[in-house]
Design a protein around this ligand. Sequence first.
Ligand SMILES: [Zn+2]
Length: 396
Amino acid sequence: MTTVIRCGTLFDGTGGEPVAGGVVVIDAGRIVAAGAAARTRVPPDAAVIDLGRRFVMPGLVDAHSHISIVPGHGDQIGQLRRPPVPQALQATANLRRDLAAGTTTMRVMAEEHFLDVDVREAIEAGVIEGPRLLCATRGITASNGHGRALSSFDGVDAVRRGVRENFARGADHVKLFATGGVSSMATTLNASGYSREEIRAAVEEAERVGKYAAAHAHGGPGLRLAVEEGVSTIEHGALATDEDVALLIQHKAWLVCTFSILFHPEGIEKGDAGRPAIMEKVRWARGVVEANFPRILKSGVRFAAGTDSMHGQMAYELEALARFGVSPKDALVAGTRRGAEACRADREIGTIEAGKRADVIAVDGDPLADIGAMRRVVFVMKDGVVHDGLTRRSET
Ligand SMILES: [Zn+2]
């Protein structure tokens, strides 16, 4: 059965100009044609979805999140240490919220219990609704590293074994913690958790099976080691210097920006309000990010966007990019095609083009004129299936 979406405006994410009155033709979960109505063949018996007053674009790619965490609940590492059932229930609610807000693909950047793999299967089987998941499974971190919940891996051999076990259990990529973080008490943002040899081992094990490694890194020697040893995406980069950014560009590494967890009032600020050491880090990191990111985002480094567990907040991420000087069009591309490229999923998703999976969303308003329109996602299709009746996220 062929379906045609009639669009008010079609923004296909390829970088071209938006098309007024475009159409998207879909069959068996895939896009078969898209473009100006006059130049696109639509079978006469196609079912029509009329979005003639809407701005239609590719589904959002959240390039960095966690399915079970809610930052506003505080103690994120403690949340990861909970037993699998409460985590799975929380994930079910979180992922509905993400899908309702237009995220059709999410790259999961560490969970315990191989929770993300089981949840991915439940989504694929239609048991629950949620974005398509690209899974890291367990984060690879040192005993004294940031992100350590239940699992830790010290030494080259343990890192190799951990990565191999993750892949055996269905991981799509490696998530390595190369520096400290904002939300853990005992780490500093630019200290390096792993040696060069340990980082190299993780990258090697990923590349050996045709995958890649991503590294949580804010700055300092840990960030540089990760890039030099071939990590493909650097997560956060809050303290990245101009030299760090030049290194990323040189090595064709991606920077995955995660602003909402740091800046949104429902983020770390809400969850860890009672922990002065963390709140001090939050205030300091905000100042550094505000000072540096307008320059970083203009440097030519390739960047994508992730909510880092701020479920349903991709709009906030794209607004933050715009606030730091990125054009609305480039912000939309960061949230779609660039995200797909960073996650190495761009052969399947990220743009509205013939052959790709039919991940299509529509918003009320024109986000190219006002990026805030991204808060009003009114239509979500994933793999050609329309998801309506999802709980709309609150306007926080
Ligand atoms: Zn994260």
